[in-house]
Design a protein. Structure first.
Length: 318
């Protein structure tokens, strides 16, 4: 009869084996998933990006290099390498290009001046009053419940020639009978500022709502004036919010084609780059020029945004 001998491992060996298994589990847990699984997870996003961004952008570039068909009619173009289209649009529409960025800069700065106190009050002063804070936030986003076109058209009625405002200014002698508010740079910048104030307020609120009020109390305890505390504590800590709000405001304003349109608050003398692109695409059917302007607008915005972010020290937003 054979003998079965069972050897019980010593506690030292058992402890060593457990340690090795634990280390192996930790290494396995920190190891990335299979590349095939990661690729499958990325495929929907890559497909969406390629279909709705890369493909239209490539089409835009190829269209901007097209040449007119010899003897063809309006809107007839053929593939080519007409880089002169870019030179043509810059020289032909230089005023509109400059005007677009000037209007966008003014409207963005005005939106920042208006939105910062609003965001500060909601995010800091009303922090301990959730009902009031929720009400104010609702008022900030309330314009989004109304169409952009309807809001702009409503201001057209306010600034029209026979409206109360224009009549009052003429009665007070502040505006001549042959002058109009509609179609002026003032009204266009006003409309741009109004329409995009929520885009500036919400990022500022998100940033200021996380502000540690103990820092403000420390400044007060050290006998710092409120203005000194603001410029040395609050403002530097809110720079990421200012940067985000500025980008969300400046970029869409630079390409806006509704507010400055002659059908709303603008006139031919206030047309922006978006209006020129719209006219070239729809009315004139000069597709290469419209595409070249679109590419130049995108390139200019990318360069300006990159420089702005690096100067403000918020590269993590890129």
């Amino acid at each position: 009869m054979g003998l079965l001998i069972f050897l019980k491992p010593s506690p030292k060996v058992t402890s060593k084996m457990s340690t090795q298994l634990s280390v192996k589990k930790v290494k396995t847990a920190g190891r990335p998933k299979s590349p095939k699984i990661l690729l499958l997870l990325l495929l929907p996003g890559l497909f969406y990006l390629g279909l709705f961004f890369i493909t239209p952008f490539a089409s835009l570039i190829t269209t901007s290099l097209q040449a007119p068909v010899p003897g063809g009619g309006i809107g007839r173009y053929q593939p080519g390498l007409e880089f002169g289209n870019y030179v043509f649009v810059v020289t032909e529409y230089f005023d509109q290009i400059v005007r677009s960025f000037v209007y966008a800069t003014l409207a963005t700065l005005l939106a920042l001046v208006i939105s910062y106190p609003i965001a500060y009050f909601i995010g800091v002063k009303a922090r301990n009053k959730p009902v009031l804070q929720a009400l104010l936030l609702t008022l900030v986003i309330a314009p989004f419940f109304i169409s952009f076109l309807l809001r702009t058209f409503a201001w057209k009625q306010v600034f029209s020639q026979n409206a109360f405002l224009s009549t009052a200014l003429r009665d007070l002698g502040l505006m001549a009978d042959n002058e109009f508010l509609l179609g002026s740079s003032f009204v266009v910048v006003f409309g741009l500022t109004y329409n995009f104030i929520p885009f500036m307020t919400l990022p500022l609120y998100t940033n200021l709502e996380r502000l540690d009020t103990a820092l403000l109390e420390a400044g007060s305890d050290l006998y710092a004036k409120p203005t000194s505390t603001f410029w040395k504590v609050t403002f530097p800590l809110s720079i990421p919010g200012i940067t985000s709000g500025t980008l969300l405001t400046f970029i869409p304003i630079a390409g806006d084609y509704v507010t400055a349109s002659g059908n709303f608050l603008g006139s031919p003398n206030t047309s922006m780059l978006g209006n020129v692109i719209e006219a070239n695409f729809i009315t004139i059917q000069d597709f290469p020029s419209a595409s070249a302007l679109s590419v130049l607008l995108m390139a200019a915005i990318v360069v300006m945004v990159s420089v702005y972010i690096r100067r403000t020290g918020t590269e993590d937003l890129l």
